[in-house]
Design a protein around this ligand. Structure first.
Ligand code: MN
Length: 373
């Protein structure tokens, strides 16, 4: 069982045989997979909850203590439940959800596809991490069927109404906020570790035909808000201590509040699997904007953070054609590149661990269900 050893210890929410939901940590011992029952081990009330939120709100000192305890339990498998006996649930009660657009390769590809005669990147792109507010209430757990959305798209004369014919994925990483901030204050780029609890895999399902018709001038709306899937497991930031890497480089230099030269990206490899076949391997280390810069930008106007806030990277695309994180880019806009009913998409992630091997982040799966009348 690769990637869930003692250097990983991701958090999730589980139940057994219809019992109450509670916080657990996954560990594999080489033969079997287990969930460590943290409430049973500690009696801490914040761990006997149907989401990670109460625990995350305790802050970094409690996170460190609990991770230490989980490492001890993992060694002895005390309070361990077989993963096969556990039902996993959405790990976080998502407060606000923001999606960025932080890959230069993705933004350039999309610009070329949608605006072949214009500049690929718009003038603001290298000065700020572009983003939009999404719909927190439709963030769903891995495995939730995705019902094909219905809506308006551009037609030859008048808009056409019906099920989307260009249903797509966006392979992304999501960052989960544990500790909030005060309204009116900023979270500086060097305070990332005080606020961000961990990372989830994230698929920002996108209906390109609905999106293309509606997005000017206010940005994504119904083409995105029908579903966003996240992994069951939240990888805590310390498990990624060995994965930090320098950004590819930022020119022109961003404004001081974005900490030019002072923040890093993450060396996380992504796999996009459609109907069992790997169709792409996007590298997160190629992203232009860092997670800390996204957080600093998200709060520079004084917008407060809340426990459970989720902010995502935007589609992860590398420089090569087989590193693109959306079907729009992989098919370069071709009409038959998109998802059919019954198609299954799985996003997988792995990163360097702190013991010299690699850790496997939680995967994100979803199958397309037919549109409803
Ligand atoms: Mn997205």
């Amino acid at each position: 069982m690769d990637g869930f050893g003692p250097d990983h210890l991701p958090y999730g929410v589980f139940s057994v045989a219809g019992g109450p939901r509670r916080v657990g940590v996954r560990v594999d011992d080489g033969a079997d997979s287990w969930v460590l029952d943290l409430f049973a081990a500690t009696g801490r009330p914040e761990l006997e909850r149907p989401s990670l939120n109460a625990f995350m709100a305790l802050g970094p000192e409690a996170w460190r203590e609990t991770r230490q305890l989980a490492a001890e339990l993992a060694g002895s498998l005390r309070h361990a439940v077989p993963l096969a006996d556990a039902t996993l649930h959405l790990p976080v009660e998502v407060a606000d959800y923001v999606d960025f657009y932080a890959s230069e390769h993705h933004a350039t590809n999309v610009g070329r596809i949608f605006r072949p005669d214009g500049e690929a990147l718009l003038p603001n792109w290298k000065h700020l991490p572009v983003g939009y507010h999404g719909r927190a209430g439709t963030v769903v757990e891995s495995g939730t069927p995705v019902v094909r959305p219905t809506g308006q798209r551009r037609g030859p004369e008048a808009p056409v109404f019906g099920p989307s014919t260009r249903l797509d994925i966006e392979a992304e990483l999501g960052f989960v906020v544990g500790v909030g901030s005060e309204l009116g204050s900023r979270v500086p780029y060097d305070a990332f570790a005080e606020h961000v609890f961990g990372v989830v895999g994230l698929n920002d399902w996108s209906a390109r035909d609905i999106q293309a018709w509606e997005y000017v001038p206010l940005g994504p709306f119904l083409g995105k808000s029908f579903a966003t899937s996240i992994s069951h497991w939240v990888t805590p930031m310390p498990a990624l201590d060995a994965a930090w890497v320098d950004l590819p480089g930022q020119h022109p230099e961003p404004l001081p509040y974005l900490g030019p030269g002072a923040t890093q990206g993450l060396d996380i490899d992504v796999e996009v699997v459609v109907n069992g076949e790997v169709v792409s391997r996007p590298p997160y280390r190629t992203m232009y904007w860092s997670p800390a810069q996204m957080l600093a930008h998200l709060t520079v106007n004084g917008a407060s953070l809340r426990t459970g806030d989720l902010f995502a990277s935007g589609t992860i695309s590398g420089a090569e054609p087989d590193q693109r994180g959306s079907l729009l880019e992989l098919g370069w806009g071709a009409e038959d590149a998109f998802l059919d009913d019954g198609d299954e998409v799985v996003l997988r992630y792995n990163a360097p661990g702190t013991l010299g091997g690699r850790i496997t982040l939680g995967e994100v799966a979803g199958t397309i269900a037919p549109a409803r009348a």
